[in-house]
Design a protein around this ligand. Sequence first.
Ligand SMILES: [Zn+2]
Length: 406
Amino acid sequence: MYDLILTGARVIDPAQGLDAVREVAITGGRIAAVEPRIEGRARQRLDLNGRILTPGWIDIHAHIYPGATTWGIDADAFCLATGVTTIVDAGSVGWANFAGFYDYIASRARTRMLAFVHISGIGLTYGPLGEMEDLRYGDPERTAFVIHHWAEVCVGVKVRQGGFQIGPNGVEPLRLAVKAAEYTRTPVMVHIGAGPPLPEILDLMRPGDIITHCYQGHGGGILGEEGRVLEQVRQARARGIVFDLGHGGGSFRYSVAKEALAQGFPSDAISTDWHSHSLETTVFSLPETASKLLNLGIPLEEIVRQTTAAAAAAIGRSADLGSLEVGRVADLAALVVREGEFTFADVHGEREQGRFRLDPVLTVREGRLYWPDDLRAEMEEARAKAHRIRALSNKNFAALGWKPGA
Ligand SMILES: [Zn+2]
């Protein structure tokens, strides 16, 4: 007797090379069978005809520590409404504020919440100032201890190498991050943007380390002066550096993505960089972000690989996440590929028409069903919180109904 059998869907599981109509049985929160036809009874049967069914999506770059960091959003309901079963905070936490994230956010969420720990001990608590302008915030040993002690939640080290975040410190923050990563045998995720030249950054990176914001258009990116993908970038990919999308509020430019794709340089993983400034301004969901690449010609199977198996590999969790192999945790996403006339925009306001949009219809997390409609009230509350911290960060006091000195 199974708990649940999902029938009729086109199952895409790139980790197993599977793309076919299959039935999926779930028992005790685990995948029990994936077969053309499953005999046997189930407490519940659900027909997903016309849907695609994939492993739960994994968003490897977001900011999900609300109330303690100026970037943080309350992401749980947004994830469960959009097919995301695992979300990774990218550096909101440093060693000094990690325990709060673990106790109050990650351990209470229904979504699996993981973290890259920032090399700056304060993480991203204070948006208006660069977290590594002062190198004294960087501490490889304490960072490594946190990653070691909370190994089930911590997947690696984060550093932001944009000029705004590092001041005059060049690649020194990255050097410190690599040291922490070496202590813990984990990858470093490096944010790039108008900082030191990318080749200088890549020189310090090791196979498995991750560049995030690969299609950003602020300078210091993957394209050289003539718009060609830098030779050093191709060499970095060849030796195992991972290139993650990290859309966010400032880091996806259509012209860069198109140029890179025309030259055969797709991303390795798709992530939202969801935060208080990007939430529903430039990023609507992981499937919406992925739809942009789908419409630029990336095949659906490859989209699913980048949001499941490849994302799991990037965070060192291939052994337990990103596949529907029998025995694994029952994390799944059901989506519909809608056809019509859709408009998408990048962070510079450049618009693109697309014929396809991936719309999430159901999320299964550890065998439990989550329908978008049931999460609307929670999302509304999270939205209001994000608006408030965004307005405060922007000193938009009018939006907060307050006038300084009045
Ligand atoms: Zn980010």
